[in-house]
Write a new protein. Structure first.
Length: 358
């Protein structure tokens, strides 16, 4: 089986890069297995080296088996140590991730890396990470199972007097009880506040007639889930039911339509076309979805701004929403794995409109 290091070297050859500094920690973990908070992988077409500091000497040696590990300690600084390693690897031209290396870091490298030409580039691992291995898929599935369970428990806790932020606190305990953490700051909003796509939980008490939107995710073993459900407190109004059912129709149609070779822009456009049948597309301001994996917003976007082919092995969120200021908002989101013939939905929590007894 081709290793991630071998896949990276093939990608470097295709863009004629002979040496690359991997600085993004999700990319470092994908490449080496190292889970600490700081490391840089130096990769050439025939050599590789993981550089970290003395906090992680033992951990790096245990986790990174694909390449040698080197660590530094005070009074040595990281830039001088990197220069020593680059010289040992006979690197004269070094590419780096222009989306991750800061201006300050670039300035210090330019000053200290004498005899080395610095080349701005896009991290090729971002593209490689879009297609998940079976092991990565299993980790995302496990995280999805946790969030499915948490949603069920959150709905059971919805009763008079309960506030949005109390549900957040309960969620945090639930995630920990399953050995997970939050993949991102959870969104739990109710009533008119559901018109805020990324509203923060407040002290507002749930009320009869509210929509409640819960956008939650678990991080487990370095991989994330991301699911959104909207429920009604008590009986939903005819208007709420109409908008909910049409949004659900758009979301399910997009899930049924996703397949290898389809354009990300076309799939986003399909959701907008369906919503526009009821005049709702104008209330859908964000993209249809994003890549999911080691990051909750991983590489790739389903958006009118991105036109790329969807491929087998990618994991996407499908999350259309409708946000009507002064009235209500709602979003329905699932995580899907692209297969040869379509997709496998990894999030299993029901999507019919749940009306919480009140």
């Amino acid at each position: 089986m081709t290793t991630n290091l071998e896949r990276l070297r093939v990608a470097l050859k295709s863009v004629e890069v002979s040496a690359f500094a991997v600085t993004s920690m999700p990319s470092v973990r994908w490449l080496t297995g190292f889970t600490g908070s700081f490391a840089i992988a130096l990769v050439t077409l025939d050599q590789a080296l993981l550089v970290t500091d003395s906090r992680y000497t033992l951990q790096a040696a245990e986790q990174c088996t694909s390449m040698p590990c080197r660590s530094y300690a005070n009074p040595t600084n990281v830039v001088d140590f990197l220069k020593e390693q680059l010289d040992a690897l006979f690197v004269h031209r070094l590419a780096f991730d222009k989306n991750h290396v800061t201006v300050a870091t670039h300035e210090s490298w330019s000053e200290k890396f004498t005899g080395i030409e610095l080349q701005s580039a896009t991290d090729p691992i971002d593209e490689l990470r879009k297609v998940k291995s079976p092991e990565e898929v299993a980790k995302v599935q496990a995280a999805c199972a946790i969030t499915d369970t948490c949603l069920e428990e959150l709905i059971r806790r919805m009763r008079p007097g309960v506030t949005e932020i109390q549900l957040l606190w309960a969620l945090e305990d639930m995630l920990r009880s399953h050995g997970a953490t939050a993949a991102f700051a959870p969104i739990i909003v109710s009533g008119p506040r559901t018109a805020r796509p990324h509203g923060e939980p407040s002290t507002r008490e749930l009320q009869r007639g509210d929509f409640v939107t819960m956008d939650i995710g678990a991080r487990l073993d370095g991989y994330c889930s991301d699911i959104t459900r909207t429920v009604a407190i008590g009986s939903a109004s005819p208007r709420q039911k109409e908008v909910y059912q049409h949004l659900l129709h758009a979301q399910e149609t997009c899930i049924q339509s996703i397949r290898p070779g389809l354009s990300s822009k076309a799939l986003d456009g399909l959701a907008r076309q369906i919503l526009d049948e009821k005049g709702l597309a104008k209330h859908f301001g964000h993209g249809l979805g994003h890549g999911l994996g080691a990051l909750v917003h991983d590489s790739g976007r389903l958006s009118q701004l991105v036109d790329e082919e969807i491929a087998v092995g990618q994991i996407w969120t499908i999350e259309p929403g409708v946000y009507i200021e002064g009235e209500f908002g709602l979003r329905i989101e699932d995580d899907v794995l692209v297969t040869e013939t379509g997709c496998q939905v990894l999030t299993k929590f029901p999507k019919h409109l749940i009306e919480v007894p009140w």
